[in-house]
Write a protein that binds this ligand. Structure first.
Ligand code: DC
Length: 230
């Protein structure tokens, strides 16, 4: 059977990665979390003192961009690929609220985007891939075989994300901070000049504010299946 490219875009914490992982597992495709790549760059920026709350040294980051190497390694026990920054596994660190607070700023930089988009396009050359992010259906794979665009209310998304952070043992987190982060990322992601988050004309919109994971998967998988057969 033909190995297709599945693009999943949408706002933060809409469950893109959960859906993408389910699809990749079912189809035995490769799953690529492009948000993890932007998060790894944000972590690099923080670790090299190129950023603090008010001040972000974009020029400094651009001058160091060639020193940033990102790759994924499949973790059998977890069932998905973990992200490495300069050969160090940073899968856990990149999920912190601190990284979430800087990542949207970092991802407005065109030099960062150009580097990561090129790497993402290489990963998809043979098809058989599920990729999630903000610009997959519009910029990375405008000719993807099927595209989804996920949305949910900011309140629902913040509640899900807050629970995830609490489950991970993040003690400094409050619901208000998470909601603020979700709203501020929505704003930066959808208003930036380079590759803003927008729905591709041919993407299928999925609002999962009131949809369970199973229902969502079944709906999406049947659409993918028709594309595979059609
Ligand atoms: O999917 P995520 O929340 O882990 O993504 C983190 C940030 O990375 C998001 O706020 C915007 C940025 N991002 C992007 O600009 N383009 C992508 N393809 C993926 C993520």
């Amino acid at each position: 059977m033909k190995k297709i490219i599945i693009a999943i875009d949408g706002f933060s914490s809409t469950g893109k990665s959960t859906l993408a992982k389910q699809l990749a597992k079912k189809l035995q495709y490769v799953y690529v979390d492009t948000g993890a790549m932007y998060r790894a760059v944000a972590l690099y920026t923080m670790n090299h003192n190129l950023i603090n709350i008010e001040d972000f040294d974009a020029e400094g980051l651009i001058s160091k961009i060639k020193d940033i190497k990102i790759h994924f390694e499949f973790n059998e026990s977890k069932g998905f690929a973990e992200v490495f920054l300069n050969d160090e596994n940073v899968e856990k660190e990149i999920r912190s609220l601190e990284v979430s607070q800087f990542v949207s700023q970092v991802s407005t930089i065109s030099a960062v985007r150009a580097k990561l988009v090129e790497q993402q396009q290489e990963m998809g050359v043979n098809g058989g891939i599920v990729m999630d992010g903000r610009d997959i259906g519009t910029v990375v794979f405008p000719n993807a075989d099927i595209k989804f665009f996920m949305t949910a209310s900011a309140d629902k998304r913040a509640k899900r994300r807050y629970k995830e952070l609490l489950d991970r043992g993040d003690e400094n987190v409050t619901y208000a901070r998470v909601l603020k982060n979700v709203e501020s990322r929505d704003y930066i992601d959808s208003t930036r000049l380079d590759s803003p988050l927008i729905k591709a004309d041919d993407a299928i919109a999925i609002d999962n504010s009131d949809m369970g994971l199973e229902e969502q998967f079944e709906r999406v998988f049947s659409l993918v299946n028709s594309r595979l057969k059609g």
